[in-house]
Design a protein around this ligand. Structure first.
Ligand SMILES: [Zn+2]
Length: 239
């Protein structure tokens, strides 16, 4: 059976990515991120789409999985489903029951925190009462960048699980667009928050915090100096 061309733009980007791996790279071979981006200059988030192939049985190793790879290299280890065939690109349906291991993995990945309200397992809710938080594993509906609906697992406390409605859907594509629209300096800051799993204050935010506590004359001095630096003629004094 001949494969469709990976350059056929009538196919979805995930399918094209799979075909590119199969026909251009071949199982067992290494490719780099720049090769991938050169092949798909028109597709935003192509690396993410390639990663989503893992849900369809593709094995793609990074340097984290395989220390012999360089950081920018990945290895196409095994081919999965024929996602370019209509009907085969559907994400496998979730099974209804999770194994204890799967449950433990989700709770561990989510740091044993409810991803809706942030409470930790066994903690008391802020508004008092005797109830301590118990964490469940819930399914969050996620619209992936290709418009496919997935259900991803998430740690959620019992209370949020009861209160939760359909508004907790995630539009991953829209979020990725927002991340892409950030200025490079904001993207770097965001990456820093993510890696430390907390929001660190940037110099400008620290300055703002201090500025707000200053006496009026000092605020005015800062305002005037700043306006001179940026050539602003609107001499607000921050009163
Ligand atoms: Zn919660």
């Amino acid at each position: 059976m001949t494969l469709p061309s990976w350059q056929d733009k009538s196919l979805g980007s995930t399918a094209r990515g799979a075909l590119w791996l199969v026909s251009e790279i071949g199982e067992g071979n290494i490719f780099t991120k720049s090769q991938l981006r050169e092949a798909f200059p028109d597709v935003a988030q192509i690396d993410r789409r390639l990663r989503s192939l893992r849900d369809h049985g593709y094995r793609i190793d990074t340097s984290r999985d395989d220390p012999s790879l360089l950081q920018q290299e990945q290895r196409f280890v095994t081919q999965g489903a024929d996602v370019w065939v209509p009907g085969k690109s559907k994400t496998p349906r979730h099974k209804n029951s999770l194994t204890a291991t799967q449950r433990a993995q989700v709770l561990y990945a989510d740091n044993h925190l409810c991803r809706s309200c942030g409470i930790g397992v066994g903690e008391a809710y802020e508004e008092g009462g005797l109830e301590l938080a118990k964490l469940n594993v819930a399914r969050r509906k996620v619209l992936d960048p290709d418009g496919n609906v997935q259900h991803q697992l998430i740690a959620e406390c019992k209370r949020c699980g009861v209160a939760g409605g359909p508004d907790r859907e995630v539009d991953l594509g829209a979020l990725l667009d927002l991340v892409q629209d950030l200025a490079p300096i904001e993207q770097r800051l965001f990456a820093k928050w993510i890696s430390s799993d907390q929001r660190t204050l940037s110099p400008i935010e620290k300055l703002w915090g201090i500025y707000r506590t200053l006496p009026d004359a000092s605020r005015t001095a800062i305002t005037q100096a700043l306006n001179e630096m940026i050539g602003n003629t609107d001499q607000g004094t921050g009163k």
